[in-house]
Structure formats: structure tokens, C-alpha cells
Write a protein that binds this ligand. Structure first.
Ligand code: TIU
Length: 221
């Protein structure tokens, strides 16, 4: 049994049902010149968690536990991009436009790739998702179920957008989820803090939260 000291109480599961989901650690969000910056964000904050996400990944790999990566991106013909998502607001670049790292958030373009420091290894699924959450128009639930996974550790960016949306979607589908608090980040510090609070409030209404060291310590034990 794996027991992770967590907020609001211990997160307990059998190793066979536990997986790590790393959300959208893509160049478009983390490196200058990509989608995140085009939305007016300071992307430097997100790069700071890369070593911590790498430690979490290494711990799961060393324990022989499954890792799943996601990427927010769209088909080159943009047939999976609702106009509501493309046309929102007045960004300097829209999804599908040519940018410094290829077409913004389009599958196969350099900007849509996971940053090299956190590259998936052989056997780790990489799920392309057109939404903020990982369950919208993907086979994510089937992928998890086929592997017998019921307990998920979530990491990645951004905390209140794709990570929180995925965590809420998973929670509603019966998965127990724990957010790795130092392996996730937001362009807005207050939003990250609020997300952790709203997830763990009310007895863990959405799930659990714990730092990477607590997770790795439980995997080692
Ligand atoms: N991956 C993800 O969170 N997509 C976003 O667009 N996040 C923002 O915070 N903009």
C-alpha cells in the first residue's frame, strides 16, 4: 500500500492503481515566443518547476509506475478547434497562426512538443487533447481504465486551467486525484494558491495535495 501524507488527509492506494499524469509541459507554454506569452503572460514562472517535475518523473519511472503525458494541441486542419476557443479575446497570436515555434498549439509543430528536459520515454502514452481538460474528445478515460488506474498524481501547467480542469473531470469520473503542489505552476501565483485551497477544502471536494518530496517518500517506503 502507498500512503502519501497529504492535505486534507492521507492519500492511500495500491501501487497497481497509481499513475502520474503530467499535463502540457510544452514549449508553447513554457518558452518565450509561444502561446502562453501571446496571451500576455510572463512565461518565466513556469520554467522554475521543470527540475521538480523531472524528479517526480524519475521517481515514478524508478518505481516502475506508469506515466502519462498530455499536450494541448489541435489537428493541422483545426477541425477540432471550436471557434469559441480560437476567437476569444484579442491575443497577438491565435491558435493555428504561424509563430516563432511553428503554428501555435498545432500537433507536430515544435511549440506543441513537450520540453526536452521532460521528454516522454518509450512506452509512456502521450495524449493530445483539444480542450483544457484531458477527458474532452480524447480516449483518456478508456486509457486509464484499460491500465487499471484509479488513483492519479497530477503535475504540469497551468494549475488553474488545464491541471485543475483535468482534476475535476477525473474526480467526477471516480478517480482519486492528488495534485503535486510544487510540480505545478500558474502564470498567476494567486490562482495557483486558490486552486490548491479549493481542491482540498470541504474534506477534499476535488482531491488531495502534497509536495513532491512527500510523494517520492511514499513511493520509496
Ligand atoms: N495547459 C494549459 O493550462 N493551457 C492554457 O491555456 N493555460 C493558460 O493558463 N492559459
Amino acid at each position: 500500500m502507498i500512503e502519501i501524507p497529504a492535505d486534507p488527509f492521507v492519500f492511500r492506494c495500491a501501487p497497481a492503481t497509481l499513475g502520474l499524469v503530467v499535463i502540457d509541459m510544452q514549449r508553447d507554454f513554457i518558452e518565450p515566443g509561444g502561446f502562453g506569452e501571446s496571451l500576455g503572460n510572463d512565461v518565466a514562472r513556469l520554467g522554475a518547476i521543470v527540475p521538480t517535475v523531472a524528479r517526480l518523473l524519475a521517481g515514478f519511472r524508478a518505481a516502475g509506475l506508469p506515466v502519462i503525458h498530455t499536450r494541448e494541441c489541435h489537428k493541422p486542419d483545426l477541425s477540432d478547434l471550436p471557434s469559441s476557443k480560437r476567437d476569444r479575446g484579442a491575443p497577438s497570436l491565435r491558435i493555428g497562426d504561424p509563430g516563432p515555434m511553428g503554428r501555435i498549439l498545432v500537433a507536430g509543430e515544435p511549440g506543441a512538443e513537450i520540453i526536452p528536459e521532460l521528454a516522454p520515454i518509450a512506452g509512456e502514452p502521450v495524449l493530445d487533447k483539444p480542450g483544457k481538460g484531458a477527458f474532452c474528445n480524447t480516449g483518456f478515460e478508456d486509457l486509464l481504465t484499460a491500465r487499471g488506474l484509479r488513483h492519479l498524481i497530477l503535475a504540469g501547467v497551468t494549475t488553474e486551467v488545464c491541471v485543475q480542469t483535468t482534476m475535476r473531470e477525473a474526480n467526477d469520473r471516480g478517480f482519486d486525484c492528488l495534485l503535486a503542489t510544487d510540480a505545478t505552476e500558474s502564470y498567476f501565483p494567486a490562482f495557483k494558491a486558490a486552486t490548491i485551497q479549493m481542491i482540498t477544502a470541504q474534506g477534499g471536494i476535488v482531491g488531495w495535495a502534497a509536495p513532491t518530496q512527500a510523494i517520492l517518500g511514499a513511493l520509496d517506503a
